[in-house]
Design a protein around this ligand. Structure first.
Ligand code: ATP
Ligand code: MG
Length: 656
């Protein structure tokens, strides 16, 4: 029996070719080259990845088997021995990159630091020795709760060097959230800082660690290592707490990298919790190293002269794969910035681009929409001409925000790479290759070579062109998650059982709705959990939101369903306005008419509520499940600990 599919209502037709001079100089220069890679990989995925693994990574010992697939459990390069910190550091030291900048760091107060590959290698080895001295052994988990400072990357690489899986918890999470994650991972040691700077305030990280560990609430933790960042004079618990600067500088800078099996665990990372309770996603060493290496290289068309900047926090998968491991494995210069745009300096991102001559810039739609709301004055006041590629990740990007990014930040001549992927996938799954793929605003375009993606119904049957359905991946890929930490059952249930295997082939269920157009381009339509059902039509959220955002008065929109006795559900929209517009009933009517004009009567919002801000996760994604509760006048249900700002919900309630 076939299920009703999700309908597609967006009608975006703009197409942007890669600039000719860009393509001429790119690693992958045309769609013909992309297609040849894609076909080669599809014909023999294992052979494709094995060839790249041999060519691009250093192995202490070659693998026995490329792929061992016992659904839903995959093993890549089993028997192979490598160390990702060796691939990110040691192997560059015998080349000219020895004295190349590996990390450029800028602190929020304006302090800065650059570490060459040789310097970073030394600091990582010293830290690795400190960890060993504190009793951390291969296989032990280490919790990180850090600001965006070089020590965060050093700590991750030091863990990887000795084979101790890290679990990084974003520094914006509360003590409670930290405690849960440390307990789930049974961390033996925690690395933190006295504090971090964010929006001109000190975030008291050490205090939150103390609170999380109070009354022996995390019995596995034996030691806490503390970086002095804000000099806020934190109390230290004797016997448990140690200053980084007391131990690290005097430790030996010689620490050979542990020979890890390709399938040894590299890290656990909890998802951002947009749809519910976070999952402890497990990644292993070899496949993850290879896949983040290749996706960084091709999607960002990496050149050795590039300064690359990803604005994510290391607490998210984007920070893991595309601030630390992918870039450093390629010998790139990766910029880390501690700050975020704030009232005292809303244009700080553009200061950083200008100061360091950033060539590749990677950020999230939530940031782009915030920049749009601020207007063009800030970016126009800086020289952004060094930029050559712009990237986006985290949510579907509304076509209007895409075009603004391309025009105002990119000056009309930077390819945009809209990368669709997840904590679970480890690296980019759907993405343009900037010298090859003509882009369409709002589409993550096509699968990376080696990825077989499809849009299917709940029985696993492919749906037709432009029909919405469920985004799935059909063949294992090297950086796929291996399990949910300590919960195999949840791994199976969440990702492999919504859609049954089709003709013996297992389908990875991403949890996102999508459609594929007549040119084979994928359009992610939002979370399956957020799909609306209006008069029998099942609609994704992104398309209606994009219609709203294309109105000049609208900065951001979130659409949810509200129960309606006749239609099943009706469209309820929450809207934030551009700074110079005022809420009014006339504007409500105008916005409803605008949606009808853009996509049709079926998507017309029954009600619109104006808001100052929308509930978001700490990684900046809109949380629609709370808005659904609000729209229906219900109490908020479910875990709210992943929310950035709890007061947003109160304000929204008052606005009812
Ligand atoms: P949880 O799984 O706990 O609800 P989460 O899904 O927000 O949290 P992440 O792994 O950080 O945690 O986010 C992955 C999700 O982000 C994707 O499933 C998708 O919904 C969204 N996403 C990421 N990049 C894009 C993109 N380029 N276009 C559309 N959606 C994207
Ligand atoms: Mg998810």
């Amino acid at each position: 029996m076939s299920q009703p599919t999700i309908e597609s209502i967006l009608n975006e037709k703009r197409l942007f070719e890669p600039p000719a001079d860009f393509a001429a100089d790119a690693r992958i220069k045309s769609m013909a080259e992309y297609q040849a890679l894609y076909d080669k990989a599809a014909a023999d995925p294992a052979g494709f990845w094995a060839e790249l693994a041999e060519q691009e990574l250093h192995w202490f010992k070659k693998w026995d088997t490329v792929l061992d697939w016992q659904p839903p459990f995959a093993k890549w390069f089993s028997g192979g021995k490598l160390n990702i910190s060796y691939n990110c550091l040691d192997r560059h030291l015998t080349t000219w990159r020895r004295n190349k900048a590996a990390l450029i760091w800028e602190g929020e107060p304006g302090d800065s630091r650059t570490l060459t590959y040789a310097e970073l290698h030394r600091e990582v080895c010293q830290m690795a020795n400190v960890l060993k001295d504190l009793g951390v052994k291969k296989g032990d988990r280490v919790g990180l709760y850090m600001p965006m400072i070089p020590e965060a990357a050093i700590a991750m690489l030091a863990c990887a060097r000795i084979g101790a899986p890290h679990t990084v918890v974003f520094g914006g999470f509360s003590a409670d959230a930290l405690r849960d994650r440390l307990n789930d991972a049974e961390a033996k040691l925690v690395i933190t800082a006295d504090g971090g700077f964010r929006k001109d305030k000190v975030i008291p990280l050490k205090a939150a660690v103390d609170q999380a560990l109070e009354n022996n609430a995390v019995p596995s933790v034996e030691n806490v290592l503390v970086v002095e960042r804000t000099k806020s004079g934190v109390p230290m618990v004797a016997g448990r707490d140690h200053w980084w600067h007391d131990l690290q500088p005097t430790a030996s800078g010689n620490c050979p990298a542990e020979e890890m099996d390709a399938e040894d665990m590299l890290f656990i990372l909890y998802t951002s919790g947009t749809t519910g309770k976070p999952k402890g996603v497990v990644h292993t060493t070899g496949g993850y190293n290879l896949y983040t290496h290749m996706t960084f290289q091709w999607t960002f068309d990496h050149k050795d002269t590039d300064v690359y900047w990803c604005t994510a926090d290391v607490g998210w998968i984007t920070g893991h794969s595309y601030i630390v491991y992918g870039p450093l494995s390629n010998g790139a210069t990766s910029l880390m910035y501690e700050g975020v745009p704030r009232p005292s300096n809303p244009g700080c991102f553009w200061d950083v681009v200008e100061k360091y001559g950033v060539n590749i810039f990677y950020t999230a739609p939530t940031a782009i929409r915030a920049f749009m709301k601020m207007g063009e004055a800030e970016p126009k006041a800086r020289d952004l001409s060094s930029l050559r590629i712009l990237g986006t990740v985290g949510e579907p990007i509304n076509p209007e925000a895409w075009v603004w990014y391309q025009q105002v930040i990119g000056g009309g001549n930077c390819p945009i790479v809209d990368t669709w992927w997840q904590t679970e996938t480890g690296g980019f799954m759907l993405t343009p290759l900037p010298g090859a793929t003509p882009t369409k605003p709002g589409s993550a375009t096509k699968p990376f070579p080696g990825i077989i993606a499809d849009v299917v119904d709940l029985d696993g049957n492919p749906v037709g062109d432009n029909e919405g359905g469920y985004l799935v991946i059909k063949h294992p890929w090297p950086s796929m998650m291996r399990t949910v930490y300590g919960n195999e059952e949840r791994f199976r249930r969440t990702y492999w059982e919504h859609i049954p295997p089709k003709d013996g082939q297992y389908l990875y269920f991403a949890g996102d709705g999508a459609r594929r157009d007549e040119d084979g381009y994928f359009w992610v339509m939002g979370r399956v959990d957020d799909v609306l059902s209006v008069s029998g039509h099942r609609l994704g959220t992104m398309e209606i939101e994009s219609a709203l955002v294309s109105h000049p008065a609208v900065a951001e929109a979130a659409v949810v369903g509200r129960k309606n006795e006749i239609t099943g559900e009706e469209v309820f929209a929450f809207v934030t306005l551009e700074s110079h517009h005022q809420p009014s009933d006339e504007l409500k009517d105008e916005l409803k008419q605008h949606v009808i004009k853009e996509i049709g009567i079926i998507a017309r919002p029954a009600d619109i509520r104006f808001a100052d801000s929308l509930p978001k996760t700490r990684s900046g994604k809109i949380i629609r499940r709370f808005l659904r509760n609000l729209a229906s006048g219900e109490d908020i249900v479910g875990d709210a600990t992943t929310m950035e700002d709890q007061s947003v919900l109160d304000k929204l309630r008052q606005g009812a």
